[in-house]
Write a protein that binds this ligand. Structure first.
Ligand SMILES: Cc1cc2nc3c(=O)[nH]c(=O)nc-3n(C[C@H](O)[C@H](O)[C@H](O)COP(=O)(O)OP(=O)(O)OC[C@H]3O[C@@H](n4cnc5c(N)ncnc54)[C@H](O)[C@@H]3O)c2cc1C
Length: 393
C-alpha cells in the first residue's frame, strides 16, 4: 500500500471511532483490536505489519485528530518485540492484550550492585521448584519498580556452566510477598529508581521467556531494542505509566495537559534554551549562534542514527544542551528556586549525567562500536570454558 493510502485508511478509521467521551479502557481495546494502535506489530498479533515510515504516517493522523495514543513504555516497545521473537504463542495471547489495553506496566530488572556493564555477571539466582522458579537476590537502578505490574528479569539458573550459558530470562509479577522494592533518591531530589530485593519470590515456569539457560540470547535482543528505545520514534505516544482506565479519554488528556503546564520542564529543553537565549540578550553573539547550530545538528543525528551510535548521540545532545543552557544562564544556572529564570533548566541540568549511564554507559557503547562495527581487537575475556562459579572465585 502507498503512504497516501495508509494515511487515508488511518484517517477514516480514527474519524469514525475516536471520541474523547469513551473510557480509556474502551478506546484502548478498540484501538488495539483494530491494528491501528500498534501498526508496526504483525497482522496476526494486533498490528498491521507496517514499516517504520508507514507507522509514522499513522501516528501523524492520530495526532492530527487529537486522539489518545495507546500505552507507551517498556511493555509495548521492548517486551512485545522480545515476546514476538522468543515468546510462546500462549505468552503472546496472554500478555499482548494486557499491554495493549489492560493497563499492565513493566520495568527492567537487569542491573545488580555487582553487574551493570558486565550484565552477564548477575548473581540473582533462580531455582526450579515444581511448576515454579524461586528467586533470591537483588536488582538495582530499577526504574519504576515501585509502581509496575511486572519486571523483565535476568537470573542465574546454573552456576556450573560458563557465565553466559547459565542465565534465564523471566517475567516476574512485582506485587508478591517475596519482592521488596526500596526507593533510591537521586541528586535531582526525585525518586525514579529503586533497589529490589527478592527473598524466595515466585515465577510460574510458564513465564520463562525463551528457554532455561538461553537468557543471554534473550538479553541480547533486549539490549539491541533498548539502544533504539532512545530514538524519538520508538514509542507510540500514549501515556507511559499507570492510568485510571475508567476515566474518559478527554479527562486523561486534560490531566496530562495540566501536569505538563504545571511542570515548567514540560516546555521542552529546546524551548527553555530559546527562552534563556532571549533572556541573556546574547542571541547575536557568534559563539552562542554556533553552539545553537551544533545543537540543531545533534538533534538531527539523534533522529537518524541507530543502535549504540544513537545512544551516544542522545547522551552527547543532552550534555551539550546542558552546557549551552548553563552557559547562557551564567551564575543564575546555580539557582533552582522558582523565581530564577533558569530554574526548570537547572533541574534538567542536574539530571543529564543519567543519559550517559542508563541503558549502557557511553564507554560500553564505544566498545561495542569498536568491536562489532570497526572490527577492533576485543577486550580481554576470562577463559570461556571456566564455569561461572570458578570465574567468580
Ligand atoms: C537513570 C538510570 C536509570 C536506570 N534504569 C535501569 C533499569 O530500569 N533497569 C536496570 O536494570 N538498570 C537500570 N540502570 C542501570 C544502568 O543500566 C547501569 O547503571 C549501567 O549499565 C552501568 O552499570 P553500573 O552502574 O554497574 O556501572 P559499572 O558497570 O560499574 O561501570 C562503572 C564505570 O566503569 C566503566 N566501565 C565498566 N566496564 C567497562 C569496560 N569494559 N570498558 C570501559 N569502561 C568500562 C563504565 O563506563 C562506568 O563509567 C539505570 C541507570 C540510570 C543511570
Amino acid at each position: 500500500m502507498k503512504l497516501d493510502e495508509i494515511r487515508s485508511h488511518a484517517r477514516n478509521w480514527y474519524s469514525e471511532h475516536w471520541s474523547p467521551d469513551l473510557t480509556v479502557m474502551h478506546w484502548w481495546e478498540t484501538l488495539g483490536r483494530s491494528g491501528w494502535g500498534y501498526p508496526g506489530w504483525p497482522l496476526e498479533r494486533l498490528g498491521r505489519g507496517l514499516a517504520p515510515a508507514e507507522v509514522r504516517v499513522v501516528r501523524d493522523e492520530r495526532r492530527r485528530i487529537g486522539a489518545l495514543g495507546p500505552p507507551s513504555g517498556i511493555g509495548p516497545s521492548l517486551m512485545v518485540p522480545i515476546l514476538l521473537k522468543h515468546g510462546t504463542e500462549e505468552q503472546l495471547d496472554r500478555y499482548l492484550p494486557q499491554l495493549a489495553w489492560g493497563g499492565a506496566t513493566m520495568c527492567q530488572m537487569l542491573s545488580e550492585p555487582d553487574a551493570g556493564s558486565d550484565l552477564a555477571g548477575v548473581t540473582t539466582t533462580a531455582e526450579r521448584d515444581g511448576d515454579e522458579w524461586v528467586i533470591t537476590g537483588s536488582k538495582i537502578w530499577t526504574s519504576l519498580a515501585n509502581e509496575v505490574d511486572y519486571g523483565m528479569m535476568l537470573a542465574r539458573t546454573d552456576w556450573d556452566v560458563p557465565k553466559h550459558r547459565g542465565l534465564t530470562f523471566f517475567l516476574i509479577a512485582r506485587d508478591q510477598p517475596g519482592v521488596d522494592v526500596r526507593p533510591l533518591r537521586t541528586m535531582t531530589g526525585g525518586v525514579s529508581f529503586n533497589q529490589v530485593f527478592f527473598d524466595e519470590a515466585r515465577v510460574p515456569a510458564a513465564d520463562v521467556i525463551g528457554s532455561p539457560g538461553d537468557g543471554w540470547n534473550v538479553t541480547r535482543t533486549f539490549l539491541v531494542l533498548e539502544k533504539n528505545s532512545y530514538h524519538p520514534g520508538s514509542h507510540e505516544g500514549g501515556p507511559f505509566g499507570k492510568v485510571d482506565l475508567t476515566s474518559t479519554c478527554g479527562e486523561l488528556l486534560q490531566r496530562q495537559k495540566d501536569s505538563k503546564a504545571a511542570s515548567r520542564q514540560g516546555r521542552g529543553v529546546g524551548r527553555m534554551i530559546t527562552e534563556l537565549t532571549d533572556w541573556s540578550g546574547r542571541g547575536d553573539d557568534p559563539l552562542v549562534r554556533q553552539s545553537l547550530a551544533n545543537l540543531h545538528w545533534l538533534r538531527q543525528s539523534v533522529g537518524s542514527l541507530q543502535g549504540p551510535a544513537n545512544k551516544i548521540a542522545v547522551s552527547r545532545l543532552t550534555s551539550s544542551q546542558r552546557d549551552v543552557g548553563l552557559g547562557l544562564a551564567g551564575a543564575h544556572g546555580m539557582l533552582k528556586n522558582d523565581d530564577s529564570p533558569s530554574s526548570a533548566f537547572a533541574s534538567f541540568a542536574i539530571g543529564t549525567p543519567a543519559l550517559s549511564i542508563a541503558g549502557g554507559t557511553d564507554e560500553i557503547q564505544r566498545n561495542s562500536i569498536g568491536e562489532k562495527i570497526l572490527g577492533l581487537p576485543p577486550e580481554p575475556k576470562p577463559d570461556p570454558n571456566l564455569s561461572f562459579r570458578e570465574e567468580r572465585r
